[in-house]
Design a protein around this ligand. Structure first.
Ligand SMILES: *Cc1c(COP(=O)(O)O)cnc(C)c1O
Length: 409
């Protein structure tokens, strides 16, 4: 087998450099991963909040292998039972309203794109209850992340994601996260929806305040516009609820899913309440791979594991363990940690950039045998598998403390 260096050389020659990797991983089991040079790591990245049930969970492996050998893909020209069963399950666990339905695609960006199309079509079809079809604009939040396709990078309220890709699609406006007055100011006569992450992920692991969510719901109801949630990163049990909006007491009109939904078999989904569930009609939207039997089998198995292993409760408990350990780091290094935030097992620790760069902590932690990732605002993002053992969790947190201790003497 090739070494990390040999693999890196192949990348240099043949793979576009859109990332900057350091390690070649070859195997994963639970919360542990192994690299091409024989090193072992505790994985607090979980494939960026994808492996919520851990790497190579036997139940997911079994479901995928069996489905692959039976029928992995048949196209949406035909019914496939796994897609129907998955949709039913997602509708049940989301508990939006009766008449809720799903659409399946292959990634987070695609799920958001589908949700944007759904909102625009609803607006054009007179969704606000009159025959004006001019309602198309979507208000999103600064510092958000919704994907890298043209519509979704425009929805993403960060200039660095947009620069160089102009002309951008029209129909987006931006507001400050957790600031209802700013959202009010961004809404105008052509607004059709407000779209936000209930916990901003890439932006630095920043939860939406419950009072902000409640005010948004009231505002959207008053203006007769849609409230859309991007649950791509914070969904599927990560925060201790199936979906992060569930802890706010506020229901969106639709929400998107991807990352953890099928344990790494590419899948995205939109779950839409009755208001939007029948807006798409044949020919309005489609995906070749979307909701194929393989991805749906993986998603059904993943949801099954989250239920059987009680991982919603586990995420809440282990989230507390993580926060306690980070508080300790903060106490040991006065002034270094500027914020500890997040929900359940989606935790961010922002550092004073004059003291330590998050990127340097990521690199140093790796030397200690821990994989963590960065997020915006010079934050370390901690998103381990929800079923990581207490032992691995504690060991990983110690490695993080040691790495920071070495850098911030
Ligand atoms: C990762 C992410 C996306 C994009 O998902 P892809 O599968 O990479 O297209 C969208 N929204 C949020 C909140 C994300 O974290």
């Amino acid at each position: 087998m090739s070494s990390t260096r040999e693999i890196a050389e192949l990348y240099d020659k043949f793979v576009m450099e859109t990332y900057s990797q350091q390690v070649a991983l070859v195997k994963g089991q639970g919360a542990r991963v192994y690299d091409a040079d024989g090193n072992q790591y505790i994985d607090f990245t979980a494939g960026i909040a994808v492996q919520n049930v851990g790497h190579a969970h036997p139940k997911v492996v079994k479901a995928v292998v069996e489905q692959m050998a039976t029928m992995n893909h048949c196209s949406n020209l035909f019914y496939n039972e796994k897609q129907a069963l998955l949709a039913k399950k997602l509708v049940e666990i989301s508990d939006l309203d009766s008449g809720t339905k799903c659409f399946f695609c292959n990634s987070g960006a695609e799920a958001n794109e589908a949700m944007i199309k759904l909102a625009r079509l609803w607006g054009h079809l007179g969704g606000k209850g009159d025959d004006n079809d001019g309602y198309v604009e979507i208000v999103t939040m600064f510092n958000s992340f919704h994907g890298r396709m043209l519509a979704t990078l425009t929805a993403t309220g960060q200039a660095k994601v947009q620069e160089g890709f102009e002309p951008l699609p029209v129909g987006f406006a931006y507001a400050d996260f957790n600031d209802i007055e700013s959202v009010k100011a961004a809404i105008n006569d052509s607004t059709v929806a407000v779209l936000l992450e209930c916990v901003q992920g890439e932006g630095g692991v920043i939860p939406a305040e419950t009072k902000f969510m409640k005010a948004l719901r009231e505002l959207c109801d008053e203006k007769e516009i849609l409230l859309l949630c991007d649950e791509v990163q914070c969904g599927m049990g990560r925060t201790g609820d199936w979906f992060a909006w569930q802890s706010t007491g506020v229901k969106p009109d639709a929400f998107s899913l991807a990352k953890a939904i099928a344990s790494g078999i590419p899948m995205g989904a939109v779950v839409a309440s009755s208001k939007l569930a029948d807006v798409f009609t044949p020919g309005r939207h489609a995906s070749t791979f979307g909701g194929n039997p393989l991805a749906c089998a993986a998603a059904l198995a993943t949801i099954g594991v989250i239920e059987e292993e009680g991982l919603l409760d586990r995420a809440a408990e282990s989230g507390d363990t993580i926060r306690e350990a980070l508080e300790k780091i903060s106490e040991d290094h006065p002034g270094l940690v500027t914020a500890i935030r997040g929900e359940g097992m989606m935790v961010g620790m922002a550092l004073d950039p004059d003291r330590l760069e998050a990127a340097d902590v990521v690199a140093k932690a790796r030397e200690y045998g821990l994989l963590v990732c960065k997020a915006g605002g010079n934050a370390i993002r901690i998103v381990p598998p929800l079923n990581i053992s207490d032992g691995d969790l504690d060991e990983g947190l110690e490695m993080l403390a040691d790495a920071i201790g070495e850098l911030d003497e």
